[in-house]
Design a protein around this ligand. Structure first.
Ligand SMILES: Nc1ncnc2c1ncn2[C@@H]1O[C@H](COP(=O)(O)OP(=O)(O)OP(=O)(O)O)[C@@H](O)[C@H]1O
Length: 200
């Protein structure tokens, strides 16, 4: 698997946010995207995920039968957790497992892996901030997508959950996955490439 960007540029509201961003990632690689507030980290992730058009440049991805487009190969974990407050934690994850269409771990197993074992019956709304983030991370585990796009994934996590998530990212890379993480905090991604936004 190979994912690359060549001279990519992104704009928001008609204003150029970044330009000339290039990187190349293979199976098992990780890229840490850093830079000041407003430098375009989220914009870059959203372009890679296919949620925004690029203003210029090219994204290339080795398509497969299971993942014919780059967008179909991506898990996108944004600032928002993308969970319905009225549903239980397990119902939310069950929805995502069906919707994403490439089932991986059963919901209960995914919850165990993020330290939420036994909490699947609770309404998502009653979880603490960190537990909500962990439930959102469990979404990465219920369906297989080779490219994980993570926007401030560890925001709100305690130290133990951060370490557990580090293990999950490492396991995903060992299985041939790619991780791109935008962050102001260290993510513990061993051997990751670095992309600093907002520097001319
Ligand atoms: N919908 C929008 N319309 C107009 N401008 C926008 C829109 N969304 C984002 N922007 C602007 O685009 C720029 C880049 O925003 P982006 O969220 O990508 O930055 P970031 O590096 O992820 O920031 P942070 O570290 O604060 O999360 C900012 O100046 C922001 O105000």
């Amino acid at each position: 698997m190979r994912l690359s960007a060549e001279e990519l540029s992104g704009e928001r509201g008609g204003e150029m946010v970044f330009s000339d961003v290039s990187f190349a990632l293979c199976a098992g690689d990780a890229l840490v995207v850093s830079g000041p507030n407003g430098s375009g980290k989220s914009t870059l992730l959203r372009i890679v995920a296919g949620l925004l058009p690029a203003a210029g440049g090219r994204l290339s991805f080795d398509a497969t039968e299971s993942f014919p487009t780059l967008a179909s190969a991506c898990h996108y974990l944004g600032h928002q957790n993308a969970m319905k407050t009225a549903l239980t934690v397990a119902e939310n994850l069950g929805f995502w497992r069906d919707f994403l269409g490439t089932p991986l771990n059963p919901v209960d197993d995914a919850l165990e892996q993020v330290g939420l074992g036994g909490l699947g019956h609770l309404p998502y709304a009653v979880l603490s901030t960190g537990q909500k983030r962990r439930a959102a991370i469990a979404r990465l585990l219920v369906a297989h997508r080779p490219v994980w796009l993570l926007d401030e994934p560890t925001a709100g996590l305690d130290a133990a959950s951060e370490a557990r998530f580090g293990e999950l990212m490492a396991a995903h890379r060992r299985d041939g996955g790619i991780v791109i993480g935008a962050t102001h905090l260290p993510l513990g991604l061993e051997g990751a490439g670095e992309l600093r936004m907002g520097e001319t």
